[in-house]
Design a binder for this molecule. Structure first.
Ligand code: SER
Length: 876
């Protein structure tokens, strides 16, 4: 079976058991402060488990893009060094939301593995939870008994909390788990050590392939467990591992999931996979990481300097470093693997194929930039080497190794390798110490303590009324306190609210809550999965009193102008630039709108103007907003609405239309009743964000008016300065022309004067034996004139010793000129002489032996320069 057949078989198997096949959620998470990336199939269903939301279907199956590179589940360091961990992997899952439980989950997993996938039963082991005293949970007898019906008891093993109690993170839904492991070793090895001794022992060929989690608890922030209102099933099967088992391979990387990538990398690097351990690790790191990088970017997360973007950047750099060090790849290469991935994922994650060109461009640019940094790091290493050798030291200190790591992205092994080649060593302990110090620093910086929700009123569904209302009467459902870098913040959930929670680019509303006589300020509103969380300045004294919630309507009005204008400009960009324009990010605030989109070159002034014109035209048309709140996604797509990559959509969506032939978008945001409200639209900047991604910023309504008024004010000012000419542009042009002419004639005049000065200096030169001495205090308009005069003197006077103490437009400057023959015969050096002379004007300078200049601060020192120079000349 090919990997793609295996995936299909899994989904079909559960579809036949009445499961609904749903798409993978995006790998990059937007509305969950506790999680940056999807790390398990269950993330997208968290709210169903917690009872915050009712599932549309109670049985679901899917394959989920997961990334385990941060937080509780982090496999990054293992990746490449072993053969069965990955950064990005697919998790096949079947789910029951309050429907079937242990019996069916166990029965069906066994049926699929042994009947459909035909894995030999004698190679399988299962584990059940042994119980935990501290948590007060007993041995999972129930699961044990169900397994007994399928598998010999000698193959049912017990596992502790570590292996058999699954938790997503520090808090959240959790429960006892039952894992299925497979033994893929050769018969001879099995004869030596029985497989059950190797289960959960990090053996590369005795691995977990499926985890069945019986979700029944919620772990709170204080560590306590609480029974959930219903029992659920969450299973996760590692796709790459099941492929290894079914295809009878010894490594995930030997399956057809990875071999096409390894082959291509071998072609690119001219190296072979499967011969040398160090090289093999590099191969595995690279073919693993490129999957994580490509799928993140196609989900809308570009590499960047913070948060999720930084995680992606680090993964990318790790791949580049392995290629650079072990495969000798000194040019960008990762991006060349993208076409293979796009093809592989074409059916299951089509978003990659759809954005292939963009993904390649972004990766290539990021690689290029990092290779440059690496090279700078190598230069830095050169200078470190020089410093060490001059001080007779042969050890690169921990601090320096860490600087190379932190600033230039040099892993310790790379520094150590280069050190070794140069007969140096690295203080590795010192490096670890510096690393730990930084880790601690960032830990304490990121520390956020989230208290448990305190329930005031029961209720799970939060009603958002803000599409139609700016106020609402509500009650408080829950609140909690969050300590962020020692600042306390109160978060509060209402059963009904007009406050829009930041999402889809639109910022959160601010406003007030009146709770009996008290006025509470709402400073921001954010989403947490499906909850609308109000960030307020204090806990209301009377928590169970009626709440009157009211948003800052003036601020909201401006936000709404910008949001609707964003839709209009999106459509205009596609008209003017082409269909390849896709939204890549947006910010909609009360001050401006920012829109990032895919486009490969800078917009011309003409294109910008066209887009502005088109948007303003649509504003004047005063197109009424058409809103459809619950339209099936397929219908919306048929009507021309584009789904954005990296966004999670349900079966039904909200669709906003401004003229069905102009702008149709899937959107959760708030909009103007008709486009005329926006007033006007003006693009203020057009810049680049990353390879292939442009950014425009624009203003609307009164901000656009202000923008124009500001421009007009400048114009008026210039007009007044020029005494209101008939044609302002022409007047400025004329002014420039006149200025240039004046400049030219001034220069001519100055050069005439300089000529006269030169002649006079030559005439008055003092003869001292064969030497012509010119020492004089003069004045010139600029430094260039002094330089010019000095060279002319040198060319025209033989055996010259000249010192010019010059007033250059109020600043003292000296020049020393000595003919080459004197430099040699008298061993003179203008550079040295000038340093002495410059002291008189509190200045400094230098130059060559025959010519030097110096500037200074003390104009009154010039006569002193002349005196000292004359004394020097006498000594010649
Ligand atoms: N949530 C469990 C896991 O990630 C099963 O899907 O292993």
């Amino acid at each position: 079976m090919t990997s793609s057949e295996i995936r299909k078989k899994f989904l079909n198997f559960f579809q036949e058991k009445e499961h609904k096949i749903v798409p993978s959620a995006p790998m990059v998470i937007k509305d969950d402060p506790t999680l940056m990336f999807t790390n398990a199939g269950m993330n997208q269903f968290k709210d169903y488990f917690l009872g915050n939301k009712v599932a549309e279907a109670t049985r679901v199956t899917d394959t989920q893009k997961c990334l385990r590179v941060s937080g509780k589940h982090n496999d990054l360091e293992e990746v490449g060094h072993d053969t069965y961990h990955h950064t990005m992997f697919e998790m096949l899952g079947n789910w029951s939301f309050g429907d079937y439980f242990k019996k069916e989950a166990i029965e069906w997993s066994w049926e699929l593995l042994t009947d459909i996938f035909k894995l030999p039963k004698e190679r399988l082991y299962v584990t059940v939870f042994e119980g935990d005293k501290a948590d007060g949970i007993p041995f999972d007898q129930e699961a044990y008994d169900f397994w007994k019906g399928h598998i010999d008891e000698s193959r049912i093993l017990k596992g502790d909390k570590n292996d058999n109690f699954w938790e997503m993170g520090d808090t959240g839904p959790c429960g006892p788990a039952s894992e299925i492991h497979v033994d893929l070793r050769d018969e001879a090895d099995i004869a030596k050590i029985p497989g059950k001794d190797l289960v959960n022992n990090d053996h590369p060929l005795v691995v977990e392939i499926w985890n069945l989690v019986f979700i029944q608890f919620n772990r709170k922030a204080d560590g306590s467990l609480h029974a959930l209102p219903a029992q659920h099933i969450d299973t996760g099967m590692g796709f790459e591992r099941i492929c290894m088992a079914i295809q009878n391979k010894k490594s995930n990387y030997d399956t057809d999931v990875f071999t096409p990538l390894l082959d291509e990398l071998a072609k690119i690097s001219g190296k072979k996979y499967g011969e040398l351990s160090k090289i093999d690790i590099a191969f595995r790191v690279i073919v693993d990481h490129i999957r994580a990088i490509s799928l993140s970017i196609s989900d809308g997360q570009l590499p960047s300097n913070n948060k999720a973007g930084y995680v992606i950047r680090r993964i990318l750099r790790r791949a580049v470093r392995y290629g650079y060090t072990f495969l000798d790849l000194k040019e960008p290469f990762l991006f060349k693997l993208v076409p293979i991935l796009a093809k592989q994922f074409e059916e299951v994650f089509p978003e990659l194929k759809a954005q292939q060109e963009l993904v390649e461009k972004v990766i290539k640019e990021e690689e290029t930039a990092f290779l440059r940094t690496l090279e700078n790091g190598l230069k830095r290493l050169e200078s470190i080497k020089a410093e060490l050798s001059s001080s007779g030291n042969a050890t690169i200190s921990g601090a320096v190794a860490f600087e190379l790591y932190d600033t230039y992205g040099f892993p310790l092994d790379l520094t150590a390798l280069i050190a070794k080649e140069n007969g140096l060593t690295v203080d590795e302990k010192g490096f670890e110490q510096a690393m730990n110090e930084q880790k601690n620093r960032s830990k304490s910086a990121a520390k956020m303590e989230t208290g448990d929700w305190q329930i005031v009123n029961e209720g799970r569904d939060v009603e958002f009324v803000g599409y139609d209302e700016v106020k609402a009467d509500a009650k408080i459902l829950r609140y909690r306190s969050v300590k962020n870098k020692n600042k306390e913040q109160i978060q509060l959930v209402l059963d009904k609210t007009p406050f829009y929670a930041e999402s889809g680019g639109q910022i959160g509303d601010t406003g007030i809550l009146k709770v009996s006589n008290e006025t509470i300020k709402v400073l921001d509103t954010k989403k947490e999965n499906d909850l609308i969380v109000h960030f307020v300045d204090k806990i209301p004294a009377q928590l169970d009193a009626k709440v009157h919630a009211q948003i800052d309507n003036d601020r909201r009005r401006k936000i709404v102008y910008n949001h609707s204008a964003t839709h209009l400009v999106h459509a205009a960009l596609r008209e003017v630039l082409g269909d390849h324009v896709q939204q890549k990010g947006s910010l909609v605030s009360d001050k401006l709108l920012r829109f990032d989109f895919s486009h490969f070159s800078k917009m011309t002034d003409e294109e910008i103007l066209k887009v502005e014109r088109r948007v303003n035209e649509k504003i004047r048309e005063n197109i009424p907003q058409q809103e459809e709140r619950n339209i099936p996604i397929e219908e919306a797509k048929a009507k021309g609405a584009m789904a954005l990559f990296g966004e999670k959509y349900g079966d039904t969506v909200r669709m906003i239309t401004f003229d069905p032939n102009y702008s149709v978008e899937l959107c959760g945001g708030v909009h103007v009743p008709a486009t005329g409200n926006i007033g006007q639209f003006k693009i203020t900047t057009e810049t680049s964000v990353a390879a292939g991604i442009r950014r425009i910023e624009a203003v609307t309504g009164e901000k656009a008016e202000e923008y124009h008024l500001d421009q007009e004010a400048i114009l008026k000012q210039v007009n007044a300065l020029l005494k209101s000419p008939k044609d302002l542009a022409q007047a400025v042009e004329q002014l420039m022309k006149e200025k240039n002419e004046l400049q030219k004639s001034l220069e001519k005049e100055q050069s005439k004067q300089a000529g006269a000065l030169k002649d006079e200096l030559i005439k008055n030169a003092e003869k001292q034996n064969d030497i012509s001495v010119i020492i004089s205090e003069i004045a010139l308009p600029n430094a260039d004139a002094l330089k010019k005069l000095s060279f002319e003197l040198k060319n025209e006077v033989d055996s010259l010793f000249a010192v010019l103490a010059c007033d250059v437009d109020g600043k003292p400057q000296i020049s020393v000129v000595i003919s080459e023959n004197l430099v040699e015969s008298k061993d003179l050096n203008a550079g040295k002489i000038i340093r002495d002379l410059a002291k008189n004007i509190q200045g400094g300078g230098g130059g060559q032996a025959f010519f030097a200049t110096a500037g200074g601060k003390k104009l009154e020192g010039l006569p002193q320069v002349v005196l000292q120079a004359k004394t020097m000349a006498k000594e010649l």
